[in-house]
Write a protein that binds this ligand. Structure first.
Ligand code: BTN
Length: 248
């Protein structure tokens, strides 16, 4: 991954660019990085503020030869790779909030937006987009998320090299990606995900389509679904949506 890196000063969204290039046949592993995004997108149609030079705004094109039902695994895999890379480069014990937020003391440092194009039985492409807050100060964030977001510099009190972090993310991602698609080994990713989880064993609230489920996050299964146990013992498997830690 990352043999071809395209760097933009300013762009709409690196995910949109990556999807365009993927449609035009860009090869697997192509990486799009921008200094600034004008139309950065978050999950669920939200906006992702991406000020110039302050963070890593990056998308990676993957073309795994696996069935589309495996798609959620790439989201978990990416979260593990980014969390691992942040730990290596900054020594901060960041955690993962299901499915793919990276948090530090319950504040969001990184969000991942995975988008896919697939037919019934094959994946055309997956674009993994990541936004990592590196050098922002709190006032760089929109007011409504100032209490919920933070940056690596705010936490560490020193500048973090974006270049080192990008390199480490690509190395980790490649390692876990090859392990999964070439050796069908997803166990390592699941174990790491669990060991870095900020929610397992905790009381959470999950918002699905219409309903809200409240209980203890007990596990994630082989498919990457979150298992929540309600007080009455009822077990739920959550495959998409958001979770929040109760009382946070
Ligand atoms: C989230 O809502 O948590 C996901 C945020 C993903 C943001 C990244 S920044 C690079 C890539 N391009 C986008 O437009 N979004 C993703």
């Amino acid at each position: 991954l990352g043999k071809k890196i395209m760097h933009f000063d300013s762009i709409g969204s690196t995910n949109d660019k990556a999807k365009d290039l993927a449609l035009q046949g860009a090869e697997e592993g192509t990486v799009i990085i921008a200094e600034e995004q004008i139309k950065g997108r978050g999950r669920r149609g939200s906006q992702w503020v991406s000020p110039k030079g302050k963070g890593i705004w990056m998308s990676i094109i993957l073309r795994p030869d696996v069935l589309p039902k495996n798609a959620p695994k790439f989201t978990l895999l990416s979260a593990v790779a980014v969390a691992q890379a942040i730990r290596e480069v900054t020594a901060l014990p960041v955690q993962i909030k299901w499915p793919n937020d990276i948090i530090y003391q319950n504040k969001k440092v990184c969000g991942i937006l995975t988008e896919m194009s697939a037919e019934m039985d094959f994946i055309n492409y997956i674009v993994v987009g990541m936004g990592i807050n590196i050098n922002e100060s709190i006032k760089d964030f929109p007011e409504e998320i100032q209490g919920k977001a933070t940056s690596l510099r705010e936490i560490k009190g020193e500048n973090i090299s974006r270049q080192r972090l990008v390199r480490s993310i690509l190395e980790n991602l490649e390692k876990f990606y090859l392990e999964f698609v070439k050796e069908q080994n997803f166990q390592k990713v699941l174990e790491l995900w669990k060991s870095m989880s900020g929610i397992l064993g905790k009381e959470v609230r999950a918002m699905g389509n219409n309903d809200v489920i409240q209980g203890i996050a007990v596990d994630i299964n082989q498919e990457g679904a979150l298992i929540i146990k309600e007080d009455n013992g009822k077990i739920h498997e959550i495959t998409f949506g958001e979770v929040s830690l109760r009382g946070v």
